[in-house]
Design a protein around this ligand. Structure first.
Ligand SMILES: *[C@@H]1O[C@H](CO)[C@@H](O)[C@H](O)[C@H]1NC(C)=O
Ligand SMILES: *[C@@H]1O[C@H](CO)[C@@H](O)[C@H](O)[C@H]1NC(C)=O
Ligand SMILES: *[C@@H]1O[C@H](CO)[C@@H](O)[C@H](O)[C@H]1NC(C)=O
Ligand SMILES: *[C@@H]1O[C@H](CO)[C@@H](O)[C@H](O)[C@H]1NC(C)=O
Length: 213
């Protein structure tokens, strides 16, 4: 009898643990700062992002006045759901519209991601000195690589590592707020409306991470 009760309790416990990790969570609407670093240690870009989690829309604008030396100046408006994105040049009021060949969204966890582990950055035992994150992993289709996403317990993405032979890259987020401060940033600028889809040269792959390669 006792053994059976223990077994049931244990089964329930493991069930809850499994239930927790069974389905990847999806981050909320956010505004924050994103840094893009190659695994060779080069900081490619630092910029502000705005993310609509339902519409899967992302605006990323690199900040050229940031004190870090960066090599890529970019203003991107990504529509992951529609599979298109815009490269925007606000100064010249021009833009290019391109098809997304790969759905690599650095602010979401793919539905088929596998739960890997929960770790604590900093200290697990000192109150307020640790950041507990869940790590989810999966493979990157067509790139012979894998990704590893870490999110806080409230599903805020801390970092995502895209590991491939060609160009391992780390996207890391900070100063995240749970709101869209300027919804206009997620609208196609008027000077981009009616823009035809750019023909990419044969062999070109377009994705958010390829913009930084
Ligand atoms: C997220 O932002 C979009 C676009 O501004 C808005 O339509 C949506 O209601 C927001 N969702 C939440 C949960 O606030
Ligand atoms: C760009 O970086 C500078 C220096 O860190 C900061 O003061 C400024 O607010 C940033 N601008 C944007 C739009 O994030
Ligand atoms: C940034 O780049 C410039 C020009 O390449 C260089 O002179 C400067 O030392 C760099 N600054 C830092 C902090 O690396
Ligand atoms: C703006 O357009 C001019 C002329 O086409 C070009 O020379 C310049 O490089 C462009 N500026 C930017 C920031 O792309």
């Amino acid at each position: 009898m006792y053994a059976a009760v223990v077994l049931v309790v244990f089964a329930c416990l493991t069930d809850t643990i499994h239930a927790d990790h069974h389905q990847p969570c999806h981050p909320p609407n956010m505004t924050g700062v994103m840094t893009v670093i190659t695994m060779k240690g080069e900081i490619k870009a630092v910029g502000a992002f705005t993310y609509d989690s339902m519409g899967k829309k992302l605006r990323f604008r690199s900040n050229d006045s940031h004190p870090t030396n960066t090599s890529v100046g970019l203003d991107l408006l990504m529509f992951f759901e529609q599979g298109v994105f815009y490269e925007i040049d606000s100064k010249n009021q021009t833009c290019e519209k391109k098809k997304l060949d790969m759905d690599l969204n650095p602010l979401d966890i793919p539905d088929d991601a596998k739960f890997h582990s929960t770790i604590t950055a900093g200290s697990r035992s000192i109150e307020g000195e640790g950041l507990k994150v869940n790590i989810w992993t999966g493979s990157i289709p067509n790139m012979k690589g894998y990704y590893s996403v870490s999110v806080t317990m409230g599903c805020l993405p801390v970092s995502v590592l895209y590991f491939s032979e060609s160009a391992p890259m780390l996207f890391s987020n900070m100063e995240v707020d749970l709101e869209i401060k300027d919804p206009d940033l997620l609208l196609v600028p008027s000077f981009c409306l009616g823009q035809p889809l750019e023909e990419s040269p044969e062999g070109t792959v377009n994705s958010f991470i390829h913009e930084f390669m």
